[in-house]
Design a binder for this molecule. Sequence first.
Ligand code: NCD
Length: 320
Amino acid sequence: MSSSDAKSINNDFTQKDILSLSQFDRTSLETLFDKTTSIKGEKDLRKLLQILEGRVVTLLFYEPSSRTRGSFDAAVQRLGGRTLIINVEASSVAKGETLEDTIKTFENYSDAIVIRHSELGAAAKAAKVSNIPIFNAGDGIGEHPTQALLDMFTIFEKKKSLSGLVGLVAGDLKHGRTVHSLLKGLSLFENNVIYLLSPDQLRLDPELKSQLEEKGLKLFEIESVTDIPKDTDFWYWTRVQKERFSSEVEYKKVNNKFVVNNELLSLYAGPKTIIMHPLPRVGEIATEVDKDPRAVYLTDQMKNGMYVRMALLSLILSPV
Ligand code: NCD
């Protein structure tokens, strides 16, 4: 099963898996973002605690994570639920247990499973055997749908629209799963134009590129910072995904070709260009940029990760 076989949300999130942005349409995104706004604005935090009261969510991470795992954990707890955090290295996975058996195990103990795995299609494989909702928290070079949802919510908050945008997406477009999901999401809206800045070796997969173009997303590949159009709505920078390379030599050839610093911002960004990054960064955004009011990667973007995940958990596990 590939992520494209995942069930459409069709504006009914109840007990659905979240595997790919291809499950979404505009109405479902609107519902999710309305819910996110309402949760984010809720002043009575005790009210939120009732939403997942008595529920348990398993966090099963086969790859490292700070923000995705941390914000899912915080999201469950802020909704009154508990998390079951599995240390994969100390589990039966280390004895050679299959992914399917591991999923069947935690299905007995919890109400949903959040999974991150190095294998493309791993979350879909988990969903196939699971009777409880599966959240894809990253499947190799595939997708990272919940990250794209928080990225889109952040763009929506700042730009008041997800149509008619001009954006720049830079870095490792070949292996970057957050980019794959984000571009799928942006292709659901009209008149979006995205400039894709990457070294030649890290270009977007041509098949994905043509699928996105067929949906109406305008994509322009550029190869130098001097090709960056002035004053776009957002910059979405990404890390070169070291762990996906066969050798350190190959990685070093392409790492940090494009670095955001104050000089680059002054040359090509506009007064309202928001600067985004899913993080972690490993040198591709200079720390001098952090204080710039246009930089949202350490603030709004990151915080929205928790709120969007709260909204998703709530719509999937506790619909009213
Ligand atoms: C991303 C990931 O795991 O794909 N991290 C994240 O969840 N924010 C990006 C990355 O690792 O570069």
